[in-house]
Design a protein. Sequence first.
Length: 463
Amino acid sequence: MADIFLTNTLSRKKENFVPIKPGFVGIYSCGPTVYRNVHIGNLRTYIAADLLKRTLLYNGLKVSHVKNITDVGHMRTSGADEHYDPIINEALREGKLPLELAQHYTELYHEDEKKLRVISAEENPKATEHIPEMIGMIKILLDKGFAYEVEGTVYFDVKKFQDYGKLSGNTLDKMDKLLEAVRVSVETDKKDSADFALWKKADEDRAMSWDSPWGKGFPGWHIECSAMSTKYLGNHFDIHTGGEDLVFPHHEDEIAQSEAAFGEKFVNFWAHAGYLLVDDKKMARSVGNFYTLEDIEKKGFNPLAFRYLTLTTHYKSRLNFTWDSLEASQKTLNNLYREISGYGSEIKKTTCAKYEEPFIKAINDDLDLPKALVIVQDLISSDCSVECKLTTLLRFDEVLGLGFKEYVRVTIPSQVRKLVDEREKARNEKNFARSDELRAKIAELGFEVVDETDGPNLKKIIK
Ligand code: AMP
Ligand code: ZN
C-alpha cells in the first residue's frame, strides 16, 4: 500500500496514516442536527469526509463509515441568553411532532448527499435510538468517579480528566477565561464552570425526554457521539471527522468522556474541515447569505458543480463560496463532460501510469484535491490516446465523484435496439414478466434500460 498522509488535529501535524487493523479503517463523522435543511457549509464538511473515504478505498482499504443523525436537539443560546432546543422549537413552529420533523429533514439530507455523490455511510445511527447506550456510558462515568449528579442532571467532572485540552489546546488553566465568554447561566449547580452535562433533567411536560436512573431527562450534546461511535467501531478506532467548529468543546468533550469511561485511547486521527464562508462572511439566516443545495439547483446549477467547487480548495482551508466561483466550477465541469463524451467507450485494462502515479501521490498527501484537478487537466491536454484518457479519468472519478460515467458516449448495437423495441411492446401489453426478461438480456449485452417520461433510454454499464 502507498503511504497516506493526513493532518491530525491532535498533533497539529501531517502524519503517516496507518490503520489499527491492517486493511481496515473505521471512520466516525458528526452528522447533521435534523431540524432544518442542511446548508452548503455542512455539505462541504460531508464532502471532505467523502473524499477521505474514497481516497482510502482507492488505496484498497476497506472502510466502515459511521455518521450519526442528531435527532435530539442540543440546547442553543440565542439573543438575550434564551435557551432553546432547535428540534422541539422548529417542530412546534411547523406543527409537527419532533420525531416527524427529524425524519423529514433526515430524508432531505440523504437526498442532498445522493445528489452530491457522497457515498452513504455504512451506519447512520440516530441519537433517539441509542439512549440506553448513552445511559450505560454515563453510569460507567459515575461509577469511576468522573461524573456527579445534581438533582437529576449529571455532569462530567472535567478536573478529574488529566488530559483535558489535548485536542483543542483549551487546557483547564485556560478554561476560566474562555468560559467567561460563553457561560451557560442555567447550569449554576456545576462544581466547576468547565464541567459539562452528560444528562439533563427534563421538565415534566418536555417532548423528547426519557426515563433514566436519575429521573426523566435527555442526553447532553456530546455523549451521543461517544456512545454511538464506540458501539459501532469499538472503543479505539481510526478516524473521527467534523467541521473546525467542533474541535471545542464537542470533540474535546468526546475524548474526555470516552477515554475516562473506557480507559484507552479513543481516536488515532482527528480530521477537521475548514469552514465554508459566503462572500467572506459567516453564513447566517439573519444576514441572508444562508444557502442550501436547493438554492443552488433553483439557480440552474448542477449540484455536482458545488462538489467540484469544494475540490478546488484544500479541505482544511476555508472555502469562500460566491455565485461567480460556482459559475466557474460549472463551466469547467461542463468542459470535462464534453471532453469525455468525445472519447468513445473503449475501456483499457490499465490506466495511464504517467498520470495516475502523481494523482495517487496528490490524494494521499492529505487529500490534495486541488493538485489532483491540475493532473486531470494535464491528462486531458496530453497526447495520450482517448481510450487511455477515458480509462484513467473513470478511475480518477472513483475519488472525484463527479459522475464521469454518465457522459461516456456509446454506440448502441442493432441487436440491443431490437431487444429494447421488443421490451417496449411487452410493456405496452402489460407483459411485465417478459419485459423483465428482456431487460436482463439487454443487461447481459452491457446496457441498462432507464425508463424515462419520453421513452426508454440506454446507458452502457461501465464496471
Ligand atoms: P450541525 O448540524 O450544525 O451540528 O453541523 C453539522 C456539521 O457541519 C458539523 O461537522 C459542523 O462542523 C459542520 N459545519 C457547520 N457549519 C459549517 C460551515 N459553515 N462550513 C463548514 N462546515 C460546517
Ligand atoms: Zn458529534
